[in-house]
Design a protein around this ligand. Structure first.
Ligand code: LLP
Length: 420
């Protein structure tokens, strides 16, 4: 069920017309539905059911503290990749005991901070990281709960930039050397081996690559058991892909049921780190047409949102649907490229869309809740946009649009030399 719905010609989110939100908060602006975020999280939580384990929302997908708060209130765990993300979780009221820490480049300070907070697990990505974590934990008089992120060398069949489980990717520990690294982990002070994890990529719209990875991880777990290393949890990384256009991802229930069934009689808790599938289709980016520029070759609609606001189309050739907030009254339907004000040919948010457009027309770039705002920047000295969370017929401003002062905060002029 979509929380976006057209009522009397107006595209609405939950109980509110998006045009009204655009009037109140301006454009460009990200809008999110609380109900959609909750529904998506609950699909995972319910699919896991009473099986031991955790759903740890991947904060990187959308790290606004109000979004994290909504999830924390449902009891969600969190997958973080930096101290900043951990601090966001704490601000939002999240439980550090439900936090897992992923990422290839954790620093000494980040490790010490996370240990001090009492997080649930470090997903360690290399032998070198393991040695440092042991040293830091020993210095802090702490024991670091650890899972090794194994690279199972499976093809996730997704965009190469978001494929992470192949030998040639920088992520994880080669599955062929994992046994050795586990034995080292078991012998190190300050380390407690708890789990095995992998993350093979994002926007996977089929379960098979996950199942292939699972088989390899289960073999490893059995081998470890033979050597006396008991694994308590298995973490299969990110969630399944979402429907942007015509993708047909499997249901979360089906996906998790199959995984549970494949565990056989092994007593393993299950962890998942879904990001995109919790928030992508809960959000949209609202934008307004500034100018129409039909040319002999192409029709360009210059809109006020640009690649700095949502880089996904430019970076991954991502396709996201475009919906008018209200149909144009007098325009004819043509093919349009929606481009932003940034001085780059790669600055577009949608290409070749059949739309009836007029200047001032407002549009929604759909499925923008994940990897949208979080990847935005101040390129071309454009302020980062507002974020609004809709809850029934209430709209909450959860991030104010940046001002020019925000943009230059922290910059400094050089001291003037005499005579200048
Ligand atoms: N766990 C780890 C270790 C990850 O690296 C990621 C995503 C996730 C979980 C969450 O995966 P998800 O459930 O969202 O598929 N910016 C790109 C996506 C980058 C994904 C990075 N890692 C995009 O916009 O498509």
């Amino acid at each position: 069920m979509s929380v976006f719905e057209r009522r009397d010609g107006d595209l609405c989110l939950e109980g509110l017309a998006l045009n009204r939100l655009a009037d109140d908060f301006g454009t460009p602006c990200y809008v999110y539905s609380r109900a959609a975020i909750e529904q998506a999280y609950l699909q995972y939580a319910e699919a896991l059911g009473s099986h031991p384990g955790k759903i740890c929302y991947a904060v990187k997908a959308n790290s606004n503290i109000a979004v994290l708060q909504v999830l924390a209130q449902l009891g969600s765990g969190f997958d973080i990749v930096s101290e900043g993300e951990l601090r966001r979780v704490l601000l939002a009221g999240g439980d550090p005991a439900k936090v897992i820490f992923s990422g290839v480049g954790k620093t000494r300070d980040e490790m010490a901070f996370a240990l001090d907070c009492g997080i649930a697990c470090f997903n360690v990505e290399s032998a070198a990281e393991l040695e440092l974590l042991s040293a830091v934990a020993t210095e802090c008089n702490a024991v670091a709960p650890v899972s090794l992120r194994v690279n199972p060398d499976v093809d996730a069949q997704t965009h190469p930039y978001i494929s992470t489980g192949l030998k040639e990717n920088k992520f994880g520990i080669d599955i062929n050397t994992a046994l050795e690294v586990y034995q080292r982990a078991a012998s190190l002070p300050g380390i407690e081996v708890l789990g095995v994890d992998c993350h093979i990529g994002s926007q996977l719209t089929e379960s098979q690559p996950f199942f292939d990875a699972l088989e390899r991880l289960l073999l490893l777990i059995d081998e470890l058991a033979d050597k006396g290393i008991v694994i308590e949890h298995l973490d299969l990384g990110g969630g399944i892909g979402v429907r942007y256009r015509d993708e047909t991802p499997p249901s979360i229930q089906q996906h998790i049921d199959t995984i549970k069934a494949r565990l056989g009689d092994r007593k393993l808790a299950l962890m998942f780190e879904p990001g995109r599938s919790i928030v992508a289709n809960a959000g949209a980016l609202l934008t307004e047409v500034l100018f129409l520029k039909p040319t002999e070759h192409k029709n360009f609609a210059i809109v006020d949102a640009a690649m700095n606001d949502n880089i996904r189309p430019s970076l991954y050739q991502a396709w996201q649907a475009v919906e008018p907030l209200r149909a144009a009254e007098h325009a004819e339907t043509l093919h349009w490229d929606l481009v932003g004000p940034i001085c780059e040919t790669g600055d577009f948010i949608a290409k070749d869309r059949e739309l009836a457009l007029e200047p001032g027309q407002r549009l929604a770039l759909m499925s923008s809740g994940a990897y949208g705002f979080v990847m935005s920047s101040n390129y071309n000295s454009r302020p980062r946009v507002a974020e609004v969370l809709v809850d029934g017929d209430q709209a909450h401003l959860i991030r104010a649009r940046e001002t020019f002062d925000d943009i230059v905060r922290g910059e400094a002029l050089l001291p003037l030399s005499e005579g200048q």
